[in-house]
Design a protein around this ligand. Sequence first.
Ligand SMILES: NC(=O)c1ccc[n+]([C@@H]2O[C@H](COP(=O)([O-])OP(=O)(O)OC[C@H]3O[C@@H](n4cnc5c(N)ncnc54)[C@H](O)[C@@H]3O)[C@@H](O)[C@H]2O)c1
Length: 310
Amino acid sequence: MTGLLEGRSAIVTGAGRGIGRAIAESLAAQGASVIVADNGASIAGDGGDPSVAQDVAKALGNKSIAFTESVASPGTAKQLVDLAVKTYGGIDIVVNNAAILRDAFVFRMDPADWDAVIRNNLSAAFYLINAASAVMREQGKKGRGGKDGYDWGRIVNIVSSAGLYGNLGQAAYASAKAGLFGLTRVTAMDLQRAAITCNAVAPFAKTRVTDIIQPANEAQKTYKERALKIGAHHVANLVAALCAPEAKGITGQLLGVRGREVFLFGQPRPVAKLEVEKSETLAADLMAKLGGKFTDMTTDLEAFNTEPLV
Ligand SMILES: NC(=O)c1ccc[n+]([C@@H]2O[C@H](COP(=O)([O-])OP(=O)(O)OC[C@H]3O[C@@H](n4cnc5c(N)ncnc54)[C@H](O)[C@@H]3O)[C@@H](O)[C@H]2O)c1
């Protein structure tokens, strides 16, 4: 696919490390100009180190620049988009990948940690989509993309199986990721007429986050051993494929990627129906008539407990 993204510009948040870095490398290898947006924070989102993004931008060569502020504010999202327009004449691809983790059981979590995770992992993606999509719609009308019209603006949101299945102690993280999936659907709908796609990708890969997992039992130990075998380049391959011209018909979808396995997830739709006759018996009727269809309490770690294809 080399060269397919020649002339296109991309913003990848959290591109200084792990999965984001692999995505930035993959888009650059296809010819895209890439803004490496990363503030170099800790896994919990503390501190910062501008050299993290600067080193990656340097390694990518002269078609890449670093943006080292936190992306978690409307002001920096706008600065980021302005930088793309000023440097590359527009913005074609947005990958919302930056995320932090502050895990705690729901009965112990500090509300300040909840707010920080939601702002960083969900609101930041909205701020960037909000700022970028306004520019993408306008540049399309002005002829960016050639005479056949602008038909391949791309937005990819990196979600997590934790936001789909749930996982112990990840209330804020899972809620942000589930919210990001909702944002993906509505963005795909709002931008359909502008021919800009928006999809969600739930990744599995070895990064600093999997490295620090402290297994509390045998199942978690096995999960960690398997996770450490999966390279982030597989996630990057899928994201680059979603940005390719051939992917213009793929929007509003939820995909997973774990090594060479790519999953298409179903999306919640009613699976059974009950017509209410008497409110007094509703609880008993729910059990009797719908109980057989209830979703089980499998966590994401339990759901993906097979050997990965690498
Ligand atoms: N590694 C996995 O197996 C896995 C599983 C599920 C989901 N994910 C998701 O994949 C994405 C990447 O995860 P990773 O494992 O590579 O993590 P990582 O911690 O290695 O990288 C995330 C990067 O984002 C940056 N970042 C965080 N907040 C930022 C902000 N406000 N502004 C700018 N930069 C910011 C960090 O500095 C870091 O370099 C995340 O969205 C994560 O939730 C990863």
